[in-house]
Design a binder for this molecule. Structure first.
Ligand code: TPP
Ligand code: MG
Length: 368
């Protein structure tokens, strides 16, 4: 009879296939590598850059905390997958890449949109399904996008966007424009065939693409060691691809490592496979009772809060003082509240708009 699974800490073999052993060892694929010891100035970041990183991360956090409240009040429905806990990844990566490098991700995309130029107003309006949203109210939470700023969204089918990432990288190589593509996916997308087919062709063709797994420990309620064998990053070995594991709870570390990788991709036109270890503080989506993880586990990761970490860094390094922190936090709060007002006052799209922007059109915004 199947042994009842109590929580993520228990690793036992059951007919459901839980617990993975490689060479007799239990592999959990969640241990965080050390963060960088470098200061921002060693990484060619100015004081203003790190203050901006904090502001960006705080915006992503407050935007989602308020979005969650509005959802609970019944202001909008549908899916709402919160990115809270993972903000160092979107922010560090965006800083590490050039503004015209391409980014594509899955459905946990609010942070990515905000840091790549979706305004809080357009983002909130999209959640509300309003025509002023970044996808004209027709995409919702899972389809934030800003093509003008080379952010391609926001996709709901697990693993479905990975070949699109490879395709963007192919186009960039074909056009010889020296752009890097960063294709982000969840740990739950790692076992998908689409990833493996894309990695194969990417290595074969030398595509300038970083495939980066945001390993937050869970695919819905399934812990990573229950859905994937061995270490995620080792998937790279089968394709002879360059690989790295990165601590995703520290924005300076993500910045440092992603910059190194992006430089290498740009110079050599070869793909990388990267596992960025992180944690999601909220449930998979709004209806998740989170019975698959312990309170203690969550508390351990809350001590590593990436937003608090960069804030404390700014204070410890005397880059800004408590008053300035408060000023930034207040201004972000105002911005988010204005976004909510904007979303509430905006109109829903007209019925006639239903079929607009669904297929390639003459004015489709392909970038050159
Ligand atoms: C092809 C496909 N299968 C199943 C689902 C249902 N589903 C939605 S999210 C999810 C888990 C994905 O987890 P992960 O890739 O780790 O991303 P995270 O939610 O942790 O960001 C699943 C199975 C889906 N959307 N698409
Ligand atoms: Mg996950």
């Amino acid at each position: 009879m199947a042994k009842k699974e109590k929580n993520a800490e228990e690793v036992t073999f059951t007919p459901k296939g839980t617990g993975i052993r490689t060479n007799g060892e239990i592999v959990r694929s969640t241990e965080l590598p050390d963060p960088t010891e470098k200061k921002h100035s060693d990484l060619d970041l100015s004081d203003d850059d790190v203050v901006d990183m904090f502001e960006q991360m705080y915006l992503q956090r407050r935007f989602e905390e308020r979005a969650m409240q509005m959802y609970q009040k019944g202001k909008f429905g549908g899916f709402l997958h919160l990115y809270m806990g993972q903000e160092a990844i979107s922010t560090g990566t965006t800083y590490a890449l050039n503004d015209d490098d391409d980014i594509i991700t899955a459905y946990r995309d609010h942070g990515w949109g905000l840091v790549r130029g979706v305004s809080p107003k357009e983002g909130m309006a999209e959640l509300y399904g309003k025509e002023t949203g970044c996808s004209k109210g027709k995409g919702g939470s899972m389809h934030f996008a800003n093509v003008d700023e080379h952010f391609w969204g926001g996709y709901g089918i697990v693993g479905g966007h990975i070949p699109l990432g490879g395709g963007i990288a192919f186009a960039n190589k074909y056009k010889q424009n020296n752009r890097v593509t960063a294709c982000f996916l969840g740990d739950g997308a790692v076992p998908q065939g689409a990833l493996h087919e894309t990695l194969n062709m990417s290595q074969n063709w030398g595509l300038p693409c970083i495939y980066a797994v945001e390993n937050n420990g869970y695919a819905m309620g399934t812990a990573v060691h229950r859905h994937s064998v061995g270490e995620i990053v080792d998937r790279a070995d089968g394709f002879n691809m360059k690989k790295m594991v990165i601590n995703g709870m520290d924005v300076l570390t993500v910045y440092e490592k992603m910059k190194e990788i992006a430089d290498d991709v740009r110079e050599n036109s070869e793909p990388w496979f990267v596992e960025i270890r992180t944690y999601r503080y909220r449930g998979h989506s709004m209806s998740d009772p989170m019975k698959y993880r312990t309170k203690e586990e969550l508390e351990e990761y809350e001590k590593l809060d990436p937003v608090a970490r960069i804030k404390n860094y700014l204070l410890d390094e005397d880059i800004i003082d408590e008053d300035k922190v408060e000023e930034i936090e207040d201004s972000v709060e105002d911005t988010v509240m204005e976004a909510i007002d904007f979303a509430e006052e905006s109109d829903f799209p007209e019925k006639e708009a239903l079929y607009d922007h669904m297929f390639a059109e003459d004015d489709y915004p392909f970038h050159t």
